[in-house]
Write a protein that binds this ligand. Structure first.
Ligand SMILES: [Zn+2]
Length: 81
């Protein structure tokens, strides 16, 4: 017996909601996970563009649940050098 079990190859949904720490927008993040095949992926806030990182099998898909509540319209400034 050397067959991989279906659980090892099937994508699992692992969706969650979070509030953006920069602008307060509520985001729903749809995530596909596959244990042992996850990698680091970026996803961005739908309102301000702030990026987050997480472990997932595929790039996460972001939906806006409630708009930003900080009263501003600026974009998050990444400080990467
Ligand atoms: Zn944001």
């Amino acid at each position: 017996m050397n067959q991989p079990s279906p659980a090892d190859t099937r994508l699992r949904r692992s969706d969650f909601e979070k509030a953006c720490v920069y602008c307060g927008a509520r985001l729903r993040v749809e995530v596909a996970r596959k244990s042992r095949h996850d990698a680091m992926h970026d996803y961005a806030c739908a309102e301000c563009g702030k990026t987050y990182e997480m472990q997932a099998a595929l790039p996460p898909v972001v939906f806006l649940v409630t708009p930003r509540n900080d009263g501003k319209t600026d974009r998050y400034q990444e400080t990467m050098f």
